[in-house]
Design a protein around this ligand. Structure first.
Ligand SMILES: Cc1cc2nc3c(=O)[nH]c(=O)nc-3n(C[C@H](O)[C@H](O)[C@H](O)COP(=O)(O)OP(=O)(O)OC[C@H]3O[C@@H](n4cnc5c(N)ncnc54)[C@H](O)[C@@H]3O)c2cc1C
Length: 308
């Protein structure tokens, strides 16, 4: 119920405008968002890198409504890639196709993505295409396959364990030795296409992880980003990797900025690769709402602070 309500709120454009410029809301969101500007985000990247933590940078924004906005969003990512390169940081980028014009035209999004992944290729960096709601799953995969055909392992994709289709998607991605981030899924989806119960999502996550870390997948060159803060799943992944003798070259753990910092650092100390997803920018509203939806305790924290 709380989850559904906050995911519904995440799509309310009027609230986005209302809250964006209100300092108390930004103060609360800043627990999960590294700042408004690239400079602020770069400070965070440097500090995480010093602790041995890799980063993926997300310049927040989604569902752009005109081509100029999409082109500007694309240029912002080109600038991020150049800055990472200039400063020699251990960071890549994550982006959403609806920010690059997926709602507008296939040609616009394809051109923008081609420029971004081409620069990542040139600079020996990497672009992760985030997965959005199921309305975009097939289009996102189609564009990923096209980019992968051109730029190979400089581009990666995300698969959501809550979708019934994900097992087949993973089997197909293993065939091309793709770089896959596995997450549970953060959007509101109907029971016809997604597991409604958390327990079933968790079980499917394990099934998909078993496939991604199978000897066949490793043989094909698959890389797995295990994106979760769920300690039981993280322990499962550690045990599986140890049992199958899989080296840390084939997987890393990924977590969101501001969530389970203790666990991030503990995994680094144990010798695992850890990458933190660092979002920044002024378009933080839907991202923040999804973080509230994930954990009721966050909502109480927000209410307590707003009324203080
Ligand atoms: C690096 C990364 C990239 C992601 N990319 C995508 C994507 O492209 N598409 C997509 O749909 N989803 C994405 N997600 C979100 C993901 O789908 C889940 O919604 C989110 O990670 C919460 O699920 P969980 O695996 O942490 O497990 P949960 O069972 O939800 O949480 C496990 C534990 O983690 C902690 N936790 C989880 N969420 C929060 C929170 N918001 N605030 C505080 N503590 C929390 C709590 O301790 C909780 O008990 C991404 C997640 C990560 C970590």
């Amino acid at each position: 119920m709380t989850r559904g309500f906050f995911l519904w709120l995440s799509n309310r454009r009027s609230l986005k405008r209302l809250t964006r410029d209100v300092p108390p809301f930004w103060k609360l969101a800043s627990r999960f968002v590294a700042g408004h500007t690239l400079d602020e985000a770069m400070d965070v990247v440097r500090s995480l890198n010093r602790e041995g933590i890799r980063v993926t940078l997300d310049h927040l924004g989604e569902n752009t409504t005109n081509p100029e906005e999409a082109v500007r969003a694309g240029e912002a990512y080109l600038e991020i890639l150049r800055r990472i390169h200039q400063e020699g940081l251990d960071a890549s980028i994550s982006l959403k196709l609806t920010q690059m014009g997926l709602d507008l035209s296939d040609r616009i999004v394809r051109d923008i993505m081609d420029r971004i992944v081409s620069l990542a290729y040139e600079l020996n960096n990497f672009v992760r295409i985030d997965m959005e709601s199921s309305a975009y799953t097939q289009k996102t995969l189609d564009l990923f396959y096209w980019l992968h055909g051109k730029y190979n392992d400089h581009v990666g994709i995300v698969i959501q364990a809550y979708l019934y289709r994900s097992e087949q998607d993973i089997r197909d991605l293993i065939e091309i030795g793709a770089n896959v981030r596995l997450c549970k899924g953060a959007y509101k989806e109907p029971p016809e296409i997604a597991f409604p119960k958390k327990r079933d999502v968790d079980e499917n996550y394990i099934r998909l992880l078993d496939l991604l870390l199978s000897p066949e997948a490793i043989e094909k060159g698959t890389f797995t980003a295990i994106a979760t803060h769920d300690e039981a799943l993280i322990q499962y992944a550690k045990d599986l990797a140890a049992k199958r003798n899989i080296s840390t070259d084939h997987f890393e753990f990924q977590m969101l900025y501001g969530i389970r910092n203790d666990l991030q650092r503990a995994l680094v100390r144990e010798g695992y690769g850890v990458r933190v997803y660092v979002p920044f920018g002024t378009e933080w509203y839907p991202y923040f709402m999804r973080r509230l939806a994930e954990r009721p305790a966050n909502v109480f924290f927000v209410l307590k602070n707003l009324f203080r």
